[in-house]
Ligand binder design. Structure first.
Ligand SMILES: [Fe+2]
Length: 372
């Protein structure tokens, strides 16, 4: 592997691990500086990158080996990784794949460098998950501009994640208002994903079910305790407020584009198969499939959890009650039996199982809506 061309830049004082380049931003605290990890087995390449970034407000960490870099990535948050396509222990492409398949590092941007000319290297790099690619010799200003752009995107992703995590915290706070529900959200996420898997749903839909388990009742933040925990029957006016948690929840999550696939769950998880539910009175397959799935696991969990006004039903009792609701034409007649089939050992059906043609059509409709 060739060293990066110095392009006439003198080598600067090397930065040791944990140090940061002060440059123009001396007053900025080190904790707030974006962290860049440089993985390269050659000292000269790392030194050159240091020189290029010496006036930039970044904290640089260096690793000579893939294993060393993995330890650093595991230990602390890294905002950008710069690595060489050709490494002695593990190829840069394999390292990218490992990072992108890990939940912890999947959104860490990767800038791949190579000294080997040829479009095939760029294709291999991008295909393995690298976000940007530069061929040596490197121009310092190009490197700095590219890094700035990548860190800008990373900051945008971070703020989105932060906004999303605020919503999840809010949803859990809403749930915790009712001290009897325990880990209701976690269980719903688990059951929902299990049923989705049994149907052979893809990653995106399973992720929506997982998130829906937490966010489906977020609109209850706008329902007063006096209504939410009222011991007697609700008046019609109180029911109007209670029912509004579906549309309020949708309003709260709508501004987040990343939650688009969860919105139908939030809005429609109280619809009934015969059209007598709320808020829209949707019937049968008009009810979004993910909302139907979440609804079944929500009811099952509510039935099998003890509340001050009722004991927990056994699994068999809950099954009998849900089957009765299918006979009343309130619940999806195909999904309820499938859920109990899954519950008996929670054994997922084969990956390609998508239930009946009506479920397949629901899925296609859902995909079309999401894409549209
Ligand atoms: Fe609800």
């Amino acid at each position: 592997m060739n060293a990066i061309s110095p392009e006439g830049h003198a080598f600067c004082h090397p930065l040791r691990e944990g140090e940061f380049a002060a440059g123009r931003q001396e007053s900025v605290s080190p904790e707030r500086l974006p962290t860049i990890l440089v993985l390269d087995s050659l000292d000269i390449n790392r030194r050159l990158l240091r020189a290029m970034l010496k006036t930039a407000p970044y904290r640089l960490i260096e690793a000579r080996r893939a294993t060393e870099a993995l330890t650093i990535l595991d230990r602390e948050p890294v905002d950008l990784l710069i690595l060489d396509l050709m490494m002695p222990e593990m190829s840069g492409a394999d390292f990218c794949k490992a990072m992108k398949s890990s939940k912890k590092t999947q959104f860490t941007p990767i800038l791949m460098l190579t000294s080997v000319q040829g479009i095939e290297n760029e294709i291999v790099s991008i295909a393995s998950g690298a976000d940007e690619f530069l061929t040596k010799p490197l121009h310092p200003e190009v490197v700095r501009t590219r890094i700035r752009a990548m860190l800008r995107n990373k900051a945008a992703i971070d703020s989105l994640e932060e906004a999303e995590s605020i919503l999840f915290t809010l949803a859990q706070a809403v749930e915790k208002r009712d001290k009897y529900t325990g880990d209701h959200c976690e269980r719903l996420a688990f059951y929902g994903v299990s049923l989705g898997r049994a149907l052979g749903l893809g990653k995106g839909h399973l992720s929506a079910l997982h998130r829906g388990g937490y966010l489906h009742d977020i609109g209850k933040v706008s329902v007063p305790d006096a209504i939410l925990f009222k011991k007697g029957a609700l008046t019609e006016a109180e029911w109007v407020i209670m029912r509004s948690h579906t549309t309020k929840g949708e309003e709260i999550c709508k501004p987040m584009k990343s939650l688009a696939s969860v919105l139908p769950i939030i809005r429609s998880h109280h619809e009934r198969w015969d059209g007598s539910g709320y808020p829209d009175g949707l019937a049968g397959e008009e009810i979004p499939l993910l909302a139907r799935i979440l609804q079944i696991v929500d009811i099952y969990d509510a039935l099998t959890t003890a509340r001050p006004y009722k004991p927990a039903l056994t699994h068999q009792e809950a099954q009998a009650l849900l089957e009765e609701e299918v006979r009343r034409n309130w619940r999806d007649p195909e999904l309820v039996p499938l859920f109990f089939e899954c519950c008996s050992g929670l054994i997922p059906r084969p990956e390609n199982s998508l239930g009946s043609s009506s479920i397949r059509e629901s899925l296609e409709r859902m995909n079309a809506q999401l894409l549209g």
